[in-house]
Design a protein. Sequence first.
Length: 179
Amino acid sequence: MTNARVCLSIAVVASACSVAACGVDVSETEPNNTMQEAQLLPPLDWVTIYDVSGTIGSGDVDFFQFEVTNTSLFLVGSLEYVAVDPLDPGPYLGLFDFGGTLIETGVADVGIVLSAIVLQPGTFTLGLTGLDDRGFVGDHTHQFTYTFYLQAVPLPAAGAMPLLGVAGLAGMSRRRRAN
């Protein structure tokens, strides 16, 4: 099998996996209203995508704890919600490190709603609450159901990007000499 066929096979398998086969449905379970009670998810690797669904009531906060196993770009995408009150501004998300420090926030939207570069594997907590509750303590009256996905995307090794750039320049130089 040629290198091109091997690469194409890997790309087809990876895209099929990311579309559906590796999706894991996760339903919120109570109690998960504090970081100490966070619902534990299996480790987040480069293959698995978690499709998370749940409900937020007045004064409710949902926390999900997971381990990122590799250096990654961590993504939360396609946060969709259905509010009891159509004027409800929707969910507010926060990503916390192992020590409980808020490192990134996001609001409901289609597409990527929260992303963070994870330079070292570790344990993280994702909090979801009403938009008015910026402290993640349940200080809101919003009510809605939600779904979103969690995914970790591999980052190139630190030295790979400069090498790829040099290789690209060398290829351009070689092509110019050939002409």
